[in-house]
Write a protein that binds this ligand. Structure first.
Ligand SMILES: Nc1ncnc2c1ncn2[C@@H]1O[C@H](COP(=O)(O)OP(=O)(O)OP(=O)(O)O)[C@@H](O)[C@H]1O
Ligand SMILES: [Mg+2]
Length: 300
């Protein structure tokens, strides 16, 4: 069963009161490590036995979590956050359905999807902290850490969406932003693969030039990616490219901006040299790189 089918089944079995409880737990995310049942009761205005019943069902579907040994309160799970965000995105007519995974990264899962008008989407769910949480039994992150992971995922999505909204209209090749809710960013799909997986690149210098051109354009708009590598660049068979994965971007006037820019550039140039033996890059971009290096040198 696909993710969306699972969620739709869960969704069908929940009513408004379940969502009310979920939202209360979400609202108290920053205030409590474990949200006490009394707080949930008070804020919902429902009686104790109804709240217990509602929580039992939310817990059964793993939307919330009752930390072991402490029956007095609940924590929101990524599943619960997914459901709240997807419900909104469906209501806003952004998403009609979700399909196959497009990519599972360290910090996010990306699925393909469809809008009600049939547009193909890429739906990115941020999952910060998940890798260490998988080994929960071994590593046991604190509840406090767990909560801050959910929150960090929301902040990361917000930040990525902001970058896309600034860059895309300025002609920088990025996914085209459509909507964001909580930790989910929805963009247009791009039918390309990460550069290391692309076996069809016939003119690597052209690709490198396109990438550098976009880095320079983003820099002119005032933005440095700060985590750019060939894994965060997708390329199509017709050699169109986009730069993806922007949650860690910084403004150009950030004190570390040139250091990160240099790292982004060095990563890329090294890869193109190793894989295709490209030694010389076009003068214009070499000048840009020299300028960045000079500035680092001057301010060091
Ligand atoms: N707009 C898009 N269109 C098509 N595929 C996409 C799109 N955005 C992301 N993907 C796919 O999903 C994968 C993961 O995306 P992204 O790099 O944004 O997430 P991530 O989890 O932060 O990755 P990382 O492992 O670098 O932390 C990409 O490598 C790509 O295969
Ligand atoms: Mg990535």
């Amino acid at each position: 069963m696909s993710l969306f089918q699972v969620l739709r089944n869960v969704f069908r079995n929940l009513d408004e009161d379940h969502f009310k409880i979920l939202r209360i737990i979400e609202k108290n995310l920053k205030k409590y490590e474990i949200i006490p049942i009394e707080i949930i009761e008070k804020q919902s205005g429902l009686d104790k036995s109804s709240v217990e019943k509602l929580l039992k069902k939310l817990n059964y579907y793993k939307l919330v979590w009752c930390p072991r040994g402490k029956r007095k309160g609940y924590v929101l799970n990524y599943n619960g956050l997914d459901l709240l965000a997807l419900r909104n995105l469906v209501r806003r007519n952004i998403i009609e359905s979700i399909g196959k995974p497009l990519g599972v990264g360290k910090e996010a899962d990306v699925y393909e999807g469809l809008s009600p008008s049939g547009q193909e989407l890429a739906i990115k769910f941020f999952r910060i902290g998940r890798t260490s949480f998988r080994g929960y039994e071994k590593k046991r992150p604190t509840l406090h850490q767990y909560h801050s992971y959910l929150y960090a995922s929301i902040v990361a999505a917000e930040k990525e969406f902001e970058a896309l909204k600034i860059l895309n209209p300025k002609g920088v090749s990025t996914p085209e932003p459509i909507a964001r809710d909580r930790h989910i960013v929805v963009t247009k799909i791009f039918r390309g693969v990460e550069i290391p997986s692309a076996q069809y690149i016939g003119n690597p210098l052209k690709i490198l030039t396109r990438i550098l051109d976009n880095i320079v354009r983003a820099y002119e708009v005032g933005i440095v990616h700060s985590d750019l590598s060939v894994y965060n660049i997708l390329v199509t068979p017709s050699e169109d490219i986009i730069l993806i994965d922007w949650p860690q971007w910084i403004w150009r006037d950030h004190p570390m901006a040139n250091i990160y820019l240099k790292r982004d550039l060095t990563n890329l140039i090294r890869y193109f040299k190793r894989r295709w033996n490209i030694e010389n890059i076009p003068r214009k971009y070499q000048d840009f790189i020299d300028e960045v290096l000079k500035e680092i040198f001057n301010t060091a």
